[in-house]
Design a protein around this ligand. Structure first.
Ligand SMILES: C[S@@+](CC[C@H](N)C(=O)[O-])C[C@H]1O[C@@H](n2cnc3c(N)ncnc32)[C@H](O)[C@@H]1O
Length: 260
């Protein structure tokens, strides 16, 4: 029976990789990575760097799976994502059949942790449901961008006894959910928090976390949002891509109160 490991490789720093992930890397012969196109080629390079650093037998094979184009303008967002997952499942299925022998050990290298805003596990379940190829699979957790952000800003994510809310820029446009004073925001191409009219809102922002290009900013949203938005534009132009994450938190003065 084929075996597939879905390995979280951490969100940027090759040293985020866990001992469990290193052992998993060394048990696989074929590595599948999703190729997101040229603008993200440095992400692919980072994955290759991880394989080069941590795999003892360098005779492994790296198989790139092209990412199918996604209709981001579709009005029916959920259906468009389902359709995209189905096309990805077709490509993943074809790659497994072509490159992984019946008793082979394959691995998918997933940025950060596979449980957080990543479709690999859904796509793998789809491949199994299609019934054209059989395999077992296991998941190895990784360090997420959220953990990297909290560490770099030396922040606890929750206030005492309060929940942690993780959301997307798209969802933040309607504001913080009722009863919540903070949220971690991912997948925000602009800076959605800049439009929230709240003088007590603070932001803890990080881009390219864990990498040599890392940028950190923090302050009152009102005071720093314009500068962060400009920095994002400039960095995107410079590197061809950007990944950033931030925590926003309502902090009544004195601001240190919320950080205990
Ligand atoms: C598709 S999600 C993948 C999340 C990933 N599975 C994780 O565990 O962090 C991509 C989003 O993660 C965040 N992200 C991932 N890596 C990052 C990094 N090194 N620095 C800042 N944000 C990052 C950004 O918000 C980006 O838009």
């Amino acid at each position: 029976m084929r075996e597939i490991l879905v390995i979280g490789i951490g969100a940027g720093n090759p040293e985020y990789i866990t001992v469990q992930a290193i052992n998993a890397l060394n048990s696989a012969d074929v590595f599948f990575v999703v190729d997101k196109g040229e603008d993200k080629s440095s992400l692919l390079a980072l994955r290759t760097d991880i394989c080069d650093r941590h795999i003892n037998d360098q005779n492994y094979r790296l198989v790139q799976i092209p990412e199918p184009p996604r209709d981001r303008e579709a009005s029916a967002y959920a259906e468009a994502v389902q359709d995209w997952h189905e096309r990805r499942a077709g490509l993943v299925e074809a790659a497994i059949i072509e490159h992984l022998p019946d008793d082979g050990h394959g691995a998918f290298l997933v940025w950060g942790d596979p449980a957080l805003y990543d479709s690999t596990l859904r796509v793998i379940e789809r491949v199994l449901d299609r019934g054209n190829v059989a395999f077992d699979y296991r998941v190895i957790p990784g360090i997420t961008a959220v953990q990297a952000l909290a560490a770099q800003h030396r922040l606890p994510l929750n206030r005492i006894g309060e929940p942690v809310h993780i959301t997307t820029g798209r969802r933040l446009t309607s504001g913080l959910p009722d009863g919540l004073d903070s949220a971690v925001v991912m997948l925000d191409p602009g800076l959605a928090c800049a439009d929230l009219d709240d003088p007590d809102l603070h932001i803890y922002w990080g881009a390219y976390l864990g990498t040599p290009q890392e940028e950190l900013r923090s302050g009152r949203v009102r005071d720093v949002a314009d500068e962060i938005a400009r920095t994002k534009q400039e960095l995107r132009r410079q590197h061809g891509w950007i990944m950033d994450t931030y925590l926003i938190r309502r902090e009544s003065p004195p601001s240190s109160e919320g950080r205990t």
